[in-house]
Design a binder for this molecule. Structure first.
Ligand SMILES: CC(C)(COP(=O)(O)OP(=O)(O)OC[C@H]1O[C@@H](n2cnc3c(N)ncnc32)[C@H](O)[C@@H]1OP(=O)(O)O)[C@@H](O)C(=O)NCCC(=O)NCCS
Length: 166
């Protein structure tokens, strides 16, 4: 990669490019309104990665209230709804930078823990999340439309950031 990448907040003008990245990277696709709804819900937790003026990745998140997965108190949870980086630019730290930005953004809304769902067969993403301190909490049977199971992965926002490699 000649030019460095930039992480910045999503702007409504980015919608077509974000939808395009989503279509090219994931089988879970959504109408524009779904992306925009998450933007209006938590604009500070929706980021894009840009490279040479093009959007090449994104993360979008939702803030939810519930009982802590790490205790018994009601908390705000940060849900990573979708994250993707174009295939040709993977494994260069862009996904990690997006996930960090998304978690910072979710913390700014008061989220104290994070979770996400990921296909059991998506070993690449599971490995990335594990590197970022997420743990497999349980299996969600038949979670996806095609019947595939998901892993529910969680991370306690107050625990040490990542596996001791930083
Ligand atoms: C998941 C995804 C966003 C990660 O993006 P990325 O830019 O490739 O990730 P990074 O380069 O930042 O990697 C983060 C860490 O995971 C490691 N990693 C990346 N790919 C890996 C792999 N296949 N196996 C093991 N570790 C891997 C990196 O080495 C890096 O570790 P480091 O912090 O020690 O350097 C990307 O793979 C993707 O878009 N996948 C398709 C869409 C998808 O599956 N999204 C998740 C749905 S839940």
């Amino acid at each position: 990669m000649n030019e460095p990448f930039t992480i910045r907040q999503f702007q409504p003008d980015d919608i077509k490019q974000v939808v395009s990245v989503n279509l090219r990277c994931l089988p879970e696709n959504y109408p524009d309104q779904f992306f925009m709804g998450l933007f209006y819900h938590a604009p500070e937790a929706f980021f894009v990665a840009e490279h040479e003026g093009e959007v090449i990745g994104y993360i979008m998140c939702r803030i939810e209230r519930g009982i802590s997965g790490f205790g018994r108190l009601p908390v705000k949870k940060g849900h990573i709804v979708s994250v993707a980086v174009l295939n040709a630019l993977r494994n260069k730290g862009i996904g990690k930078a997006l996930i960090h930005a998304g978690m910072e953004g979710m913390m700014s809304y008061g989220a104290t823990e994070f979770y996400l769902e990921v296909r059991k067969t998506n070993e690449e993403a599971v490995a990335v999340y594990e590197k970022l301190g997420y743990n497999i909490r349980r299996v969600l049977r038949g979670y996806y439309r095609d019947g595939e199971d998901a892993y529910l992965m969680t991370k306690n926002g107050s625990s040490k950031e990542e596996a001791d490699d930083e």
